[in-house]
Design a protein around this ligand. Structure first.
Ligand SMILES: Nc1nc2c(ncn2[C@@H]2O[C@H](COP(=O)(O)OP(=O)(O)OP(=O)(O)O)[C@@H](O)[C@H]2O)c(=O)[nH]1
Ligand SMILES: [Mg+2]
Length: 213
């Protein structure tokens, strides 16, 4: 990290460890909060670790519910950061969960896509990818949708503690190479572990930069 990045990271660390409060859960678009603050959305396949990453970034054990049951997060969950509020984090329902009923999947998809495409205060979207699995077709579909809607996103590898360093290096370059082909994706990807805290300082700093755009 450069000196400027270090400064931003320090400020971000202070913010994320300060006030973080659950605001509301929106099962439908009509329940969205007023678009008063910049927002950062976290999306990705079911079980990829969205809720865990939000917990880890904010140093809370369970501010966003994390579970072993895929498909647990079924609404858009909003969290406010800062005193006074500086921005909001949005935990989204996961996609690509094969066992969910077709109707439920269609409902989530619609909710997620409509939100990501049309949400005015949305500053950036995090597309989370499980390090062990790399990019799946459902991720590519999501990335393509974000490209087409011109919604800027960062690709974030999760659960980096679960694989060997050599495998992690391989998946990182592979995903990075593919991200470079997507117009709305950041060329650099983030490698994280909610469990071990890997990559969190850099990601917090990047998020703070994004909300201030
Ligand atoms: N080892 C390890 N496990 C993780 C990490 N992040 C998440 N997990 C585990 O992965 C499982 C799913 O995590 P969640 O955070 O609930 O995933 P999610 O993306 O929010 O899932 P849905 O809300 O169902 O879409 C849980 O059992 C977590 O403990 C990580 O960095 N390392
Ligand atoms: Mg979740």
């Amino acid at each position: 990290m450069t000196e400027e990045e270090e400064k931003l990271a320090e400020e971000a660390r202070r913010l994320f460890s300060g006030r973080v409060e659950f605001l509301l859960s929106a099962p439908q678009l009509k329940f969205l909060p007023e678009p008063d603050y910049p927002e950062i959305a976290f999306c990705g396949r079911s079980n990829v670790g969205k809720s865990s990453l939000i917990n880890a970034l904010t140093g809370r054990k369970a501010i966003a519910r994390a579970s072993v049951t895929p498909g647990r997060t079924q609404e858009l969950n909003f969290f406010e950061v800062g005193e006074p509020t500086q921005f909001r984090l949005v935990d989204m329902p996961g996609y690509g969960f094969a066992k969910a009923p077709v109707k439920v999947v269609a409902k989530w998809k619609n909710l997620v896509k409509t939100f990501l495409r049309g949400r005015v205060p949305l500053k950036r979207t995090m597309v989370l990818i499980d390090s062990r699995h790399g990019l799946k077709d459902s991720d590519r579909e999501m990335m393509k949708m974000l490209d087409e809607a011109a919604v800027g996103y960062r690709v974030v590898l999760t659960k980096a503690d679960k694989i060997k360093a050599s495998a992690l290096e391989a998946v990182t370059s592979k995903v990075e190479a593919e991200a470079r082909k997507h117009v709305a994706a950041f060329p650099q990807i983030h490698v994280t572990s909610a469990e071990k805290g890997m990559g969190l300082d850099e990601l917090r700093a990047a998020l703070l930069r994004d909300v201030r755009l």
